[in-house]
Design a protein around this ligand. Sequence first.
Ligand code: ZN
Length: 151
Amino acid sequence: MSDDLRELYQEVILEHGKNPRNFYASEDATNEARGNNPLCGDQLVIYLKLDDDGRVANASFLGKGCAISMASASMMTEIVKGRTRNEAESIFEAFHGICTGEEAGHKLSDDLEKLQVLSGVSAFPTRVKCATLPWHTMVAALHGKDEISTE
Ligand code: ZN
């Protein structure tokens, strides 16, 4: 990765971390789950509203943590909106692949390209948990689980 690109990625992460999208407790959520990453101190709640077809009609979150976890949660809520449960889970798998560096077979489609900014965490195993926490929590919420921890 070039230094320019790395800088751009950092900018995007910081910007999302400072101004997270969909940062509120959703009152009409059908599914919600709490995620905890004790290693870093990241804590968040993911709110999902599933419609009758099992599509994610709305997604939001609240929480506190490092810039990476907040940026990842912010992007995640933007991306899963309008997706079916299965689509949301396969995006998570692809995202997990780029975070852990096991990219093979998980090429991100164009509309998911922006998640690539978080791929830098693959060099830092403890940071992978920060980046994937919101996604693990989102999948837990989809499955009706209340809580997950990275420990
Ligand atoms: Zn973190």
